[in-house]
Design a protein around this ligand. Structure first.
Ligand code: CLF
Ligand code: SF4
Length: 499
């Protein structure tokens, strides 16, 4: 099959149409980054919080093997209900991967990034990984290439990564201390030997750190992912942040451990606790003193397709891709138009965000001295409050305070309007949705039904459909000021004294 070459749209080739101020700053989590880095990440959905409302990523699952074992991983094929990293529905050959990428590029024009992230480790499968990248850099030069690795073989492949124009690399670094690592990694396969315990962790850490330095020397952007494992590395991750920042990583993504017994992982079976949303936020805030934090990660599957938070992978199974009748020339023209349009919208949204924040600062007297509030937002993208409460699979959580608004993270929930009213354990889907919103005092959505409205109010979460189609920042700050005007935000006297 003669595969098409995707042309580079002018805006993307030039790095997009970003204004100099406020680019990629969602909550200014990237404030202080050099302009050259900001330009590289402005339309990358993982590296830029703003961009993730507009641009999509996809992963191709070409890398089945792994050279280490993490106690939170079980690389089995998935069941239809689960979605978590390391798990895929369909393993692809490099040729199949390229066909799938081109089909997705034609159908989802906002897809700007192709990552290889598993289901094993991409660098434990170097032939398959680099064959895929090699073909794609020729066929789809407008798509950014991204790889996520445990780092064991990074020093060996740093040059090859640079040669293939892969300028975004994620290294999962859970520790810089082998004693901590010995509790996370039961074994590491290195130099034809299976190392265990502290020795295994020491080799992994040494290679991760060396690989990080080599990538930075080659001008490659490095993001570090860390899995927060309560009681094992949670107190240690601030140190990890300091070390990797000092070596040049520019973004740290602290993710919560997923440890369900039914996933069959060691931690899951042993009952290792996952962090709560509050514990995760507290640690991210502590680490944020040392470097820019990513808070919008969705812990994607190794075959995820679409905007972060949505997974359209099932639409692009190979049996479907193989029978798709795509007019590539027309699709690529559309892709160029859509991308230019989105870059313009993103630029405008960044400007609007700055204006909203500046207006909040100007009106600081209205909220000075008041307590912060968490609010959940239902959105289907575009940075707007534009989703029906019952259609939300996840809610974005924002903190409003006298200082402004900042993105905190997301809370996954079952789809309320699924037609299935119970979860099988007697608890209603609505109950679980409300439980997922713990700590939030308001939920903003485009519309909401009578029944959930009442249940939310009874649970102390104020439903609000008054700000439909407004930008999220604008809506959250407006609701915050409404709460302030209603006298709901005074800090209780005992807390004032303690402060
Ligand atoms: Fe994929 Fe990772 Fe590239 Fe993104 S995902 S290889 S940097 S394109 Fe992104 Fe998904 Fe989080 Fe990864 S949300 S799991 S951080
Ligand atoms: Fe699983 Fe990735 Fe750990 Fe390998 S490095 S065991 S694929 S989580």
């Amino acid at each position: 099959m003669d595969l098409p070459v995707i042309p580079i749209p002018p805006a993307a080739a030039a790095g997009g149409g970003c204004s100099s101020k406020g680019c990629g700053t969602g909550g200014d989590h990237l404030a202080g980054l050099p302009d050259a880095i900001r330009r590289k990440i402005q339309d990358h959905p993982c590296y830029s919080e703003d961009a993730h409302h507009y641009f999509a990523r996809m992963h191709v699952a070409v890398a089945p093997a792994c050279n280490i074992q993490c106690n939170y991983c079980n690389r089995k094929f998935d069941c239809s209900n689960e979605s978590r990293p390391g798990v895929v529905s369909e393993l692809l050959s490099p040729d199949q991967a390229v066909r799938k990428v081109l089909a997705v590029a034609a159908e989802i024009p906002q897809m700007t990034v192709l990552g290889i992230a598993g289901p094993g480790d991409p660098l434990a499968n170097p032939e398959r990984t680099f064959a895929t990248f090699r073909m794609l850099s020729g066929k789809a030069p407008d798509i950014k290439l991204c790889v996520s690795t445990n780092g064991l073989r990074l020093p060996e492949f740093a040059d090859e990564i640079a040669q293939h124009n892969i300028d975004h690399v994620t290294i999962t670094i859970n520790c810089v201390d082998p004693d901590v690592g010995a509790r996370i990694y039961p074994w590491v396969y290195w130099n034809h030997r299976r190392l265990r315990g502290r020795d295994a962790a020491a080799v992994l850490i040494e290679n991760q750190q060396k690989g990080l330095e080599m990538l930075i020397e080659r001008g490659i952007l490095v993001k570090v992912n860390s899995v927060m494992i309560p009681g094992i590395n949670d107190r240690h991750l601030q140190e990890v942040s300091k070390v990797v920042k000092a070596k040049g990583a520019f973004l740290h993504n602290v993710m919560p451990l997923i440890a369900e017994a039914e996933h069959g992982t060691y931690f899951g079976v042993m009952g290792q606790a996952s962090p709560t949303a509050e514990e995760l936020q507290a640690l991210q805030d502590e680490c944020a003193g040392d470097m820019a934090m990513m808070r919008h990660c969705r812990q994607c599957r190794a075959d995820a397709v679409g905007l972060l938070g949505e997974d359209r992978g099932a639409e692009f199974a190979m049996d479907k891709v193989d029978v798709m009748d795509i007019d590539y020339a027309a699709a690529m023209e559309k892709r160029a138009r859509v991308r230019e349009d989105l870059l313009g919208k993103l630029d405008a949204a960044r400007g609007a965000k700055q204006a909203v924040r500046a207006a909040h600062e100007d009106a600081q007297a209205e909220t000075a001295g008041l307590r912060p509030v968490l609010m959940a937002v239902a959105t289907s993208g575009g940075g707007l409050v534009n989703q029906h409460f019952g259609h939300a699979r996840e809610f974005l959580v924002y903190e409003a305070s006298p200082e402004g608004v900042r993105f905190i993270g997301h809370r996954k929930t079952d789809l309320y309007c699924s037609g299935d009213e119970t979860c099988g354990d007697g608890e209603s889907v609505l109950d679980r949705t409300i439980a997922a919103l713990a700590g939030c005092e308001a939920v903003l959505c485009s519309r909401i039904g009578f029944e959930p409205w009442g249940a939310l109010e009874a649970a102390g979460v104020a439903p609000n459909g008054e700000h439909a189609m407004e930008t999220i920042d604008e809506a959250v700050l407006a609701v915050y000021r409404e709460m302030a005007a209603a006298g709901k935000l005074a800090i209780p006297a005992p807390l004032q004294k303690r402060a």
